[in-house]
Design a protein around this ligand. Structure first.
Ligand code: GDP
Ligand code: MG
Length: 370
């Protein structure tokens, strides 16, 4: 069982240490502030002070948010989630925009899709693909460092007139470290100075062997400007996704990752969440990082209100008590008390960690001076 020092217990209850020591003494326990007491004793004291017993460890949190492993027969195919990476100015944004524009459905007013940080398109072959609208290595790295592995496939954009550059190499390393398969999009093929062969040979030096070089990494020549090769690129992604046999269980409590979040003047805290397993529904109670809430509304990438969102679907979530951070994991819980306790526990743990880091720095500075 868990143990806690008297000082820490007092701190968490926001009571004076001396009062806690006194209360322990009255129960026949002699303990100084730095001594540890067991969880049962702590619980007695907490009740004595008229407080509620809340989550006290990571294991407790795990107990609440962990769900049973999905049975194979409950798993259904889900769309792939794609991130576009590559060197600056090689055309990531242009490519994302072009894919989005070419695939907006007829019903959308003026073809303008609301920006929610991710969107879905349908290929000519009928496959649904989810694109994360966050090109850039910083987003990828920060998400991964927060424990969110959101990408199934990386599209590596390399400009045919520039070939492999430092951030191209960085992107290759990110994809390899994450164990995510890559598809090479050789962009700007419309330019007279385009040299796709140089791109392919450059990539060889980084152990990326494309199909044209008899390897197994798909490569497609594209132009974000003319639209050339875009259908082929989408089909290449769909093919890669098929090989991955991506599956999820839509019939369970949702789990997802925050793609982006902000405080909206009119609507309060809003988070774009990529549902990774289960189905998120209006009215669901959830904890997300150090925040919690109850789903007041879900809005899809077309700006429409939806009642629910299944695996690989990005949605805006309204009904948060605060603004979470990109990469935070969302879990649906059964009660609001659970969600709040976990959020509070995490916020407290994060605060302690920062304080400890601060103390360590101070100590280091003192040592340096001495
Ligand atoms: P990012 O930094 O990777 O997001 O690159 P951008 O999408 O901002 O593109 C950088 C520049 O390259 C812009 O001036 C684009 O207009 C241009 N560009 C992007 N794709 C193409 C393309 O396929 N052909 C040509 N000729 N120019 C392109
Ligand atoms: Mg860009």
């Amino acid at each position: 069982p868990e143990a806690i020092t008297v000082a820490e217990l007092a701190n968490r209850m926001a009571e004076r240490v001396a009062d806690v020591v006194k209360s322990l003494m009255q129960s026949g326990i002699m303990a100084t502030q730095n001594q540890s007491i067991d969880a049962d004793t702590a619980e007695l004291i907490i009740e004595e002070f008229g407080h509620r017993v809340t989550r006290v460890s990571d294991a407790d949190v795990e107990d609440v948010i962990k769900t049973a492993d999905d049975k194979p027969e409950d798993l259904r195919p889900r769309p792939p989630v794609i991130t576009i990476m590559g060197h600056v100015d090689h055309g990531k944004t242009s490519l994302l925009d072009r894919i989005r524009q070419a695939n907006v459905t007829a019903g959308e007013a003026g073809g303008i899709t609301q920006h929610i940080g991710a969107y879905q398109v349908q290929t000519k072959g009928g496959d649904i693909l989810t694109f994360l609208d966050t090109p850039g290595h910083a987003a990828f790295t920060s998400m991964r460092s927060r424990g969110a592995q959101v990408t199934d496939i990386v599209v590596l954009v390399v400009a045919a007139d520039d070939a492999v550059m430092p951030q191209t190499v960085e992107a290759i390393n990110h994809a390899k470290a994450a164990g995510v398969p890559m598809i090479v999009a050789i962009n700007k093929i419309d330019k007279p100075s385009a040299n796709p062969t140089k791109v392919r040979t450059d990539l060889l030096q980084h152990e990326v062997v494309v199909e044209q070089m008899s390897g197994d990494v798909q490569d497609v020549e594209v132009s974000a400007h003319t639209g050339q090769g875009l259908d082929e690129l989408l089909e290449a992604i769909a093919l890669q996704a098929e090989l991955l046999e991506l599956k999820a269980n839509p019939d369970r409590a949702a789990e997802g990752a925050v793609i982006e979040a902000q405080l909206d003047v009119g609507r309060g805290p809003v988070a774009t969440v990529l549902v990774q397993n289960g189905t998120l529904k209006q009215g669901d109670i959830f904890v997300v990082g150090e925040q919690y809430g109850k789903v007041r509304a879900l809005i899809n990438d077309k700006g429409e209100r939806v009642a629910e969102a299944g695996p690989s679907v990005p949605v805006e979530v309204l009904g948060l008590n605060g603004t979470p951070e990109a990469g935070d994991v969302l879990n649906v819980t059964s009660t609001e008390a659970q969600a709040r306790e976990i959020a509070e526990y995490r916020a407290h743990a994060a605060k302690e960690k920062r304080a400890a880091a601060g103390a360590a720095t101070t100590l280091e500075q003192l040592m340096k001076k001495a």
